[in-house]
Design a binder for this molecule. Structure first.
Ligand code: FE2
Length: 463
């Protein structure tokens, strides 16, 4: 991971895909009020939409996934937009631009990592009254409601691994369920934090080797790990850049474990080789645990490039909504593709995490194949039937975050929020869609006089 002090000259250098166009970082932190609102913001929405993303402060990063974390938030209340703020997460990497992360991260004598060193760039969630900025190589970073950094959270010294950027919050118990993975043993450790914010279980889980585990999934009674053939490669690590490569020799497995279980309780299922960055959800159905997620046939065989809209990727190389059913009684499993259109960044309503969800939401892959931007809605009660909200040409949406309506009676009574970049004006807005009527115009749009770079994951943090 080599950082370059100066910003690249965009007039003479063909920038890598992840630093071009709206993936280029912004360099100032601003607070904007008096935001232009089109439509009507539902007055029941009281809180803030926050979204994380990689925004390398030097202007350079070796990979889309490794730039400094920047949070973009809009606070909403009483039918209006109070402010937009963008703030870097104050990590040791942010405080030491130009210093290689690994030099601060790994103690070469003890071969121990310092998990307070990270970039906190991938996701931002609320749990236990805290806002947490997450990146899978380090501890979560606590933020204030105003997006200022408090510092890393190691749960009173109990957390001895990194935290995935995709923990799950059980809507029944309030537990925060997560794991940490590492390139050095132990490769995988599972953790449970209770609703009060206490770390109550840490459990080493045996996997084949140093797999890159970006996400996992939980049902009401089970935790499911994905031990897949994207593995850490020391040679690549020595060269700098993303040290992960595809392996044809590494078995692809899903492991199903009771949520309070141990390593000995994990039931492993060999599956067709694949990679899954993001799961949609899981639920228990009799003896079966049903998992939905966005499946790729493989990743990073030749390089870890993500994509380039100038070079259309074949559809079969893109992620598709998929279903796996793992039968704990028989040890058998089935899998099937649910959609022939590719999409990513899957989300369900927070209230159905681990429960049988009827609906799921994703964004189309316009960000890697240059097609028209769409937000997809899947109806799992009808075989995964897809409807969508189609944006105008040049309007590029991100991950759809579901926000329930007040007094909701149906699972899709609520809104979908995401930042949309307008390529014509090079500005962004927050769109608020009616999740129960995908074809309808946006309920409201909150417009900014500047752009928000393409990013990763976000949340609605209600007051
Ligand atoms: Fe992610």
């Amino acid at each position: 991971m080599t950082a370059i002090e100066s910003k690249p000259d965009t007039t003479t250098e063909r920038l890598p895909w992840h630093l071009r166009d709206n993936r280029a970082p912004v360099f100032d932190e601003v607070t904007l009020t008096d935001l232009e609102v089109k439509g009507s913001i539902p007055p029941e929405l009281q809180g803030r939409y926050v979204r994380n993303g990689a925004n390398p402060q030097t202007g350079h990063s070796d990979h889309w996934f490794v730039g400094d974390g920047m949070i973009h938030g809009i606070e909403i209340g009483e039918g209006g937009a109070n402010w937009y703020k963008n703030r870097y997460v104050r990590t040791p990497c942010y405080a030491n631009p130009g210093v290689e992360r690994m030099d601060m991260y790994l103690n070469t004598e003890t071969l121990k990592f310092d998990y307070s060193v990270g970039v906190a760039n991938t996701h931002v969630i609320g749990h236990g009254g805290q806002i947490l900025a997450l990146e899978e190589g380090s501890f979560p970073y606590v933020l204030t409601n105003d997006l200022d950094t408090v510092g890393p959270n190691d749960y009173g010294g109990k957390l001895a691994t990194a935290m995935t950027a995709h923990p799950k919050i059980c809507p029944d118990t309030g537990d925060l369920l997560f794991f940490g993975y590492s390139s050095l043993p132990p490769y995988l450790v599972y953790h449970r934090v209770n609703a009060a914010g206490e770390l109550v279980q840490s459990e080493e889980i045996s996997v084949t080797g140093p797999t890159m585990m970006h996400d996992f999934v939980v049902s009401r009674n089970h935790t499911v790990f994905m031990d897949l053939p994207a593995i850490f490669d020391m040679e690549l690590a020595m060269q700098g850049g993303m040290p992960i490569r595809w392996s044809d020799d590494y078995p692809a497995r899903f492991g199903v474990m009771p949520r309070k279980g141990t390593d000995a309780d994990v039931q492993w299922f060999d599956v067709d080789p694949c990679y899954v960055f993001h799961t949609l959800n899981a639920y228990d159905d009799g003896d079966e645990v049903v998992v939905h997620g966005c499946r790729l046939q493989e990743i990073w065989r030749a390089s870890s490039d993500i994509g380039d809209p100038d070079v259309a990727a074949p559809e079969e190389q893109l992620p598709h909504m998929w279903e796996w059913r793992f039968n704990r009684a028989t040890g058998n499993y089935t899998e099937r593709q649910l959609d022939d259109r590719s999409s990513e960044f899957p989300r369900v309503a927070d209230s159905v995490v681990g429960q049988q969800n009827r609906y799921g939401y994703t964004m189309s892959t316009s960000f890697i194949n240059g097609t028209i931007g769409e937000i997809f809605k899947y109806d799992m009660a009808n075989g995964g039937a897809r409807t969508s909200h189609v944006f105008e040409k040049g309007q590029v949406p991100g991950e759809p975050v579901f926000v329930p309506a007040e007094g909701a009676t149906n699972e899709d009574d609520g809104y979908l929020m995401t930042y949309v970049h307008d390529e014509t004006t090079d500005t962004s807005h927050l769109t608020i869609l009616d999740a129960s009527n995908m074809a309808a115009d946006a309920v409201a749009e909150i417009h900014l006089p500047r752009r928000i770079p393409t990013g990763f994951h976000g949340s609605w943090i209600a007051d």
